[in-house]
Design a protein around this ligand. Sequence first.
Ligand code: 5AD
Ligand code: SF4
Length: 438
Amino acid sequence: MNVYDSDRITDALAPLGYQTTDGPEGADMVILNTCHIREKASEKVFSELGRLRMMKEKARDQQGRNVMIAVAGCVAQAEGEEITRRAPWVDIVVGPQTYHRLPELVAKIDPGTRSRIVDTEFPEEVKFDLLPGEHAPRGPAAFLSVQEGCDKFCAFCVVPYTRGAEFSRPVSAVVAEARRLVATGTRELTLLGQNVNAYHGEASDGKTWNLARLLAELAEIEGLDRLRYTTSHPLDMDDDLINAHRNLPQLMPYLHLPIQSGSNHILAAMNRRHETSAYLAIIDRLRSARPDIAMSGDFIVGFPGESDRDFADTLALVDKVGYASAYSFKYSPRPGTPAASDDRQVPEDVKADRLEALQQLLNAQQFAFNKATEGHRMDILVERPGRREGQMAGRSPYMQAVNFQGNEDQIGDIVSCVITQAKQKSVSGELDNLKGAA
Ligand code: 5AD
Ligand code: SF4
């Protein structure tokens, strides 16, 4: 979502003449778009700001040039005042719901005075209605935010506080944005939301559409060949959405569906409001609808009160599901969340051991998944040149990163490849000349 927001920030500033650069050196303005989800991400902001201070001073002293520094995103939202206190060289602090105002804020900054602006309101107006259209094409695979914020209040999570209450964009706005993206070469869209499957957007028929209905509508757009959505909560995985995986050929056979823990006792403490049996039942139904669906998830180890037994339950659940990929994290206490003040915090070394054990299992599953695709022919959406000479990089329907020998003219094509070699985080393929480029 931050990638999407950064693109939209670029759109917002384009009318003022700003363009993106490859790095901060020489830039007139540097915007850090920040993440507050775990402490590590948050702390990085302050070390980065230290570096930017030196850059700003150098530009001023050696070139008489003013470099504007802005902090956007969820750290800005949560720690706006602290940022201006710890890093007074920051000119603008802007939250995830106010970045459409950046042009006005930039205009207000007077380099002569040391004025600073903090705008972390949750405004009445909706930023999406006020942002200009895309300044530049987004490429073959693009993101589209359809839902934002969250009302679920998992005990560990800052999102409900930083992104605010759940909000769904109207269907017409989503479809218009999708059409614009497709017109500039996008063939795959990933619909985004912190709780994307809780989507309930107003439609022109006066009804409220769910995510399945929205996906069906987007599937009608000529040239939009692939659809994905992320991230979903198990409680909002309704029958319509499960059936969409059976009925919509454009909907790719891959789903990121976090459970966080395999222990019912920890799930209750996390306020996830479901048990493991419900999660496993959803996966069974998804697999009946789309037998080849690849599963992905998120896990937190060392949530307060997590015992060895609870952790063993997580490993057992992972064993049962068999993930194609997954993300796992040590629990990080976040300011203002209920779990942060729980007095049963798990020691760091225990968290580290559990994370290692879990990642070993998840890595083995990912490799096994990749290995099982060897010899299979797949449609690959070519996104960019690969790292090696003559290599191109794209994604399989199952979200695998695929590298193959090809050429840059193929960017934006869906080509047929035979998977030749599995690696841990990617696979190699060879163009299948029998079918050729589509
Ligand atoms: N500590 C560790 N991981 C967290 N996540 C969210 N909050 C925390 C936290 N306090 C993880 C969850 C979520 C993913 C986006 O980040 O697994 O699904
Ligand atoms: Fe955070 Fe997701 Fe829980 Fe919402 S559902 S509080 S975004 S983990």
